[in-house]
Design a protein around this ligand. Structure first.
Ligand SMILES: [Fe+2]
Length: 245
């Protein structure tokens, strides 16, 4: 079991890509979110852990309110981390008992919780106080090549986010197989993805991301997020993703 668990952790970590995103305010947090080039998902024992936010909970006001951000990080992201540890334990127990009756359930749960952990971890680092504007450099070039202009790209990802059926995410990823960006409309945490795509920019459109401030007005939340996107973080992720191809 330990081998397969280790493989799972390795795969999950690899899919999140390498980025060096420290706390956006130097000295604010002692612990970096990225260790050895990978988003920090687990501790040295291989247990999945909830990392700290890279800013204070009121840092993204007025676009993302402090109370929603606190609940989102603590209970929703935190719940996924707890769930993922439990899923892995249940699979391990089933193997020890030579009873695979329930493993389908736990494997599905681990995809759900594991994807939630990875996406939330990246999402926090994609945002910063004083963000917004538009990307530059290689990222802007790729966007303009594939989507004609930044404004059209922004319209595309906004529409994709606004139209997610139920709960899900808008994702901009880089796929080393095609050397292109992918715009992905992900349902729940793990559905409608493209294999090989390395996530660069994550937009959480579960209601828990905006319910206290925006109520049912998801498009308002998505529009507001463009004021706090850290395009430098997205560009850094692209840089690492392009090197992985
Ligand atoms: Fe979320």
């Amino acid at each position: 079991m330990e081998g397969s668990r280790r493989d799972f952790i390795k795969t999950a970590a690899a899919s999140t890509l390498a980025v060096t995103a420290m706390a956006s305010t130097p000295g604010l947090l002692a612990e970096p979110l990225i260790i050895n080039g990978f988003d920090k998902l687990q501790n040295d024992k291989g247990e999945f852990v909830l990392g700290p936010l890279p800013y204070t909970t009121d840092a993204l006001e007025p676009y993302m309110d402090a109370e929603t951000l606190n609940l989102h990080h603590t209970f929703h992201h935190g719940g996924a981390v707890k769930g993922l540890n439990n899923d892995m334990k249940k699979i391990s127990e089933a193997l020890e008992k030579n009873d695979l009756e329930t493993v389908d359930y736990w494997v599905k749960k681990s995809a759900y919780h594991g994807s939630s952990h990875i996406l939330h971890t990246i999402f926090w680092t994609n945002l910063k106080k004083g963000g917004g504007g538009q990307p530059k450099g290689e990222l802007l070039k790729l966007i303009e090549k594939q989507y004609q202009s930044f404004d059209k790209f922004k319209g595309l990802i906004s529409t994709v986010c606004n139209n997610v059926d139920g709960s899900g995410w808008g994702v901009v990823a880089y796929n080393p197989f095609t050397k292109q960006l992918n715009v992905i409309q992900c349902e729940n945490h793990e559905k409608l993805i493209q294999w090989g795509a390395i996530p660069l920019l994550i937009i959480d459109v579960w209601e828990h991301a905006y319910y206290l401030k925006y109520k049912n007005r998801r498009p308002e939340f998505v529009s507001a997020l463009f004021n706090i996107i850290d395009w430098d973080n997205v560009a850094m992720r692209l840089n690492y993703a392009m090197k992985s191809g």
